[in-house]
Design a binder for this molecule. Sequence first.
Ligand code: NIG
Ligand code: FE
Length: 385
Amino acid sequence: MSATLVTGIGELVTFDPAHPGPLGIVSDAAVLAVDGRVEWTGPSASAPRSDADEIVDVAGAAVIPGFVDSHTHLVFGGDRAAEFEARMAGRPYTAGGIRSTVAATRAAPDDELRARLQRFVAELHAQGTTTFEVKSGYGLTVADEERLLRLAREVTDETTYLGAHVVPPEYADDPEAYVELVTGDMLDACLPHARWIDVFCETGAFTVEQSRRILTAGAARGLGVRLHAAQLGPGEGVALAVELDAASVDHCTYLSDDDVERLAASRTVATLLPGVEFSTRHPYPSGRRLLDAGATVALASDCNPGSSFTSSMPFCMALAVREMGLTPAEALQAATLGGAAALRRDDVGHLRPGARADLAVLAAPSHIHLAYRPGVPLVARTVRA
Ligand code: NIG
Ligand code: FE
């Protein structure tokens, strides 16, 4: 047994209903972790010191649950800086850019992709992210999708099969044959390395009908369902996600009133990806509208070389506060507990007794500073389990 007491916490965010307010905040607090799990949280003065093998004093810092980034595409080759530069000069974002990353990814050997992935994982940890999802989707052959998921599995259990990212060039004349592959041999090959299945349901990618077939095929083999929808324009993707009881529908940039109502009445999480609006110049959707309707909202980075090349959850929180109508407290909740809900996890995203002892120590006295001081590296230390 190994027990660590983190003490001297100026503001501890727990999301434990045993503590006050929606964030379950304790001031002058301590956390006791035993064998990687939260055992106790409360005022420093009543901390069970004698139970601890190690005592860490954080000298008044704020401590929050580690971020849960429920949407990334971290296994890829090349970059698309020139495409970003062109967009900032007024060119539109299109789904077709994905194909240039597919070519670069197919050409990259495993070791190169692995080394890059490890650098991204280091970035995530340095910025307070302790749980993250990784999708395939830049291989789009049986062997490459299997390879990307195998590499992703080396760094996380939250892996998502996204063979249906776009139709690859070799199937341009016969998209239906590609859907057959995605629901057939490719699914067979990817299944051992995946927990989730996802589809990019959008003009220029896959139709609602194709998306339904693909997701249903994955669900029948035991994969959990998530969906990219309503990124570039309105459509039926959100309704499909709710119909299939998807854990999450991601982007949600263009929502109808019906979509918002459907989400609020479902357990499908609306995952907002403000890094995408930042990088594509699409309008930011209102997170306020979703929260006021009663939907569960998550924030994620969508870290990928095309539409959102940030791995920073604090940056996404700052955008959500400034551009999407969330309060700093709601943005923190969406980046932790919301992300956990989007992955249907109850062991992360909070610091209730029994949770994984995943936390971020801030170089700041309060969680509000994460949005108040955008662009400043405020995560002093990340602790995992
Ligand atoms: O989530 N929308 C689809 N997929 C990614 C973008 C991928 C790319 O442009 O390379 C996304 O935004
Ligand atoms: Fe994405």
